[in-house]
Write a protein that binds this ligand. Sequence first.
Ligand SMILES: C[S@@+](CC[C@H](N)C(=O)[O-])C[C@H]1O[C@@H](n2cnc3c(N)ncnc32)[C@H](O)[C@@H]1O
Length: 247
Amino acid sequence: MVTEYCAEDWHSYRMDYHRPHEALEPLEREIQIVDEALETLKRAGVLPHTQYDHQKFLAFRQAVAERFEIPWTAITPRMQRLLYAINAIAQPQVMIAAGVFCGNTFISNAGAAVGPGAVYTARDLVGVEIKPEEAERAERNVRRIDPTGVARVVAADAVDFVAEYPHPIDLLYLDADGDGRRGKGIYLDILERAWDKMKPGSIVLAHNSVNCAETLKHYLQFVRDERNFRASVNMIVDGEGLEVSIR
Ligand SMILES: C[S@@+](CC[C@H](N)C(=O)[O-])C[C@H]1O[C@@H](n2cnc3c(N)ncnc32)[C@H](O)[C@@H]1O
């Protein structure tokens, strides 16, 4: 069973969180790593294929660099490309992102359906952020890319939001860092509340599968249990990592 993709240089591939748009390697290398990661997801049965529009992705990346206010981010260029590609390939009608801070993680997912990188039409793409002032900034950022409102940010606790959300969720992205006690352990709480809306074939993405693996222990045990998910693969493209799971 395929359970991991590991870029050989993930240890040394490092970004400055305050310089989100700085190139860290030649574009060809970034594309190669993400292609390998996507191929692993295809072999694991998570994605049907590995093709996505590279020009549209670059248009999306440029729009974020020009229009977003990003005080800091841990989303590396590799992770930005990987998130965009997974969404461009899986094409979720409903995507919910939990814990979006200034919106950069959210738009890395939603950018496949709205703005200059759009490759399909989605129904509802929601970023959920518990801090009202951060949610406001994220919403402001997103509006500069998507005037339609298909992608939107709400100020709410993601645990409550997914519990009350009235439709099936095709893709759930987890990045909330909870309160002091739970930290990223809150991922499992959010997933449990979303569970009855996650139909077979739905995808869950969890950021920080590498650097927060200890705090995420119970979450990772849950998604790697075949009774819960058909497949779950750890994408070690950088020091943060992304666990990709399919029901
Ligand atoms: C560490 S940030 C994510 C940053 C992101 N990884 C990046 O690099 O841009 C986590 C965010 O989750 C938010 N958060 C924490 N608990 C939450 C909850 N229960 N519901 C929604 N958002 C939450 C925090 O306010 C914070 O903005």
